[in-house]
Design a binder for this molecule. Structure first.
Ligand SMILES: [Fe+2]
Ligand SMILES: [Fe+2]
Length: 220
């Protein structure tokens, strides 16, 4: 019988990553709304968050398309069509996130009253990204929770190593903060154990930095 533990652990890690993505896309919507409402949003931070989010989500999609799906396709031919459909959504989402970054760049250096008007035109795209992503994850998670535990532990461990090695190093304060705020995501402890020791030592500093950048988005 397959040892299901490693597969379930990897699933929990994936949920932690999904939680970061769900919270980030929701935070972008809230910050744009704050800007529209005339609250003192630090636009440079909002642009950074939008850029970081596009890169973070794109990287996650790439690891699914290139590392996870090939393993699952080989082992479970009955889900090939579902995996292909998820990959099509990855491409669409990456396109929408990239487009949002490009449009958000136009906010740079714009006076506050004009930034508010421009935020109105960005909001529909940000809402679409948040909702399409949430729908994607809601479809993907039930498929993966069923399949991951069926993959042999050795294969899961190899997969995890490849993912950890290729993980983006940018914006650790967003990664940590969104994983902890407002509550610790499912899979938090396993994710923390994957981080290189310096990130774990720097946790208090990174969380302070997160509180500061989040505060500058005027969402709370
Ligand atoms: Fe995913
Ligand atoms: Fe996905």
């Amino acid at each position: 019988m397959t040892d299901r533990t490693e597969g379930l652990r990897l699933y929990d890690e994936l949920i932690a990553v999904h939680t970061i993505m769900r919270r980030s896309t929701a935070l972008v919507v809230d910050a744009l709304q704050a800007l529209i409402d005339g609250r003192p949003v630090r636009v440079a931070t909002l642009i950074k968050l939008i850029d970081w989010q596009a890169a973070f989500v794109h990287h996650h999609h790439e690891s699914e398309d290139e590392l996870f799906w090939p393993v699952l396709r080989d082992r479970f031919p009955e889900v090939v069509a579902q995996l292909d459909a998820l990959s099509v959504e990855h491409d669409k989402l990456d396109g929408a996130l990239g487009q949002l970054s490009t449009e958000a760049a136009a906010l740079r250096g714009v006076p506050a009253e004009q930034a508010s008007a421009r935020a109105v035109s960005l909001l529909p795209a940000a809402l679409e990204v948040r909702d399409v992503l949430a729908g994607h994850l809601d479809t993907e998670e039930p498929v993966l929770v069923r399949l991951f535990p069926e993959v042999p532990a050795g294969e899961i461990i190899t997969l995890r190593k490849a993912i950890v090695a290729g993980a983006p190093k940018a914006g650790p304060e967003w990664v940590l903060g969104l994983m902890e705020n407002p509550s610790r995501a499912q899979g938090y402890d396993i994710m923390m154990a994957n981080f290189p020791p310096p990130v774990r030592w720097l946790r208090p500093l990174l969380l302070r930095r997160y509180a500061k950048v989040r505060g500058s988005l005027a969402v709370d």
